[in-house]
Design a binder for this molecule. Sequence first.
Ligand code: CA
Length: 234
Amino acid sequence: MVLRVLLVEDDRELRRTLRDALAVEGYDVVVSASAADATAVLRHTMVSLAPFDLLILDLGLPDGDGADVLHRVRAQFELPILIISARHDDDNKVHLLDAGADDYLVKPFSISELLARMRVTLRHRGTAVQAPRTHYHLAALTVDLAKHEVRRRDELVHLTPTEFKLLARLVRQAGQVVTHRQLLMDVWGAEYVEHTHYLRLYMGQLRAKLEHNPTEPELLLTEPGVGYRLAEPE
Ligand code: CA
């Protein structure tokens, strides 16, 4: 399952850094840079087929205070909220936790701390999240999701964005079967879950680029009638 995160942060550089880091971990991230935009996105999305699983909210926003967004969201929705802010006075922190924030992270923080707090927050809400695999190595294949790199016998392999997304999805759960439906949902989107021919096509392309013998795959394995599995890594 891919978790959807709304990241509200007006600092462009931090926003990009966090968005990229979360994407590597397999989160589906939507970004917003203002209180008004965040409120509108939430209002629209929380009643859709794919609501957010987590809100990461900065307090100092150009058109208002993140605390107002928090109050507005809490009055309407149940989603977990993690505050990120440079403000570190305890009164403010306690006030926001009382107002319904699930956690509060003081800037600057490390990416790994943010990821850990996100997992804890989601776990408290009943969503078990394990740190996903971001690196894979077996036989001639090496994949580094953080670097966005795929190598075969040390040679860089060029993948299209969709091929990479599909491979990345399998890497995150390497050794386990991922169902056709889950792959279609996570790589193409909820409206494509019946389009199994997409999957066959792209799996064929990936095998042609990554397997020693594409007709007898040793890495990208078929689980008949169920889905695909990337062979257990070394
Ligand atoms: Ca800010």
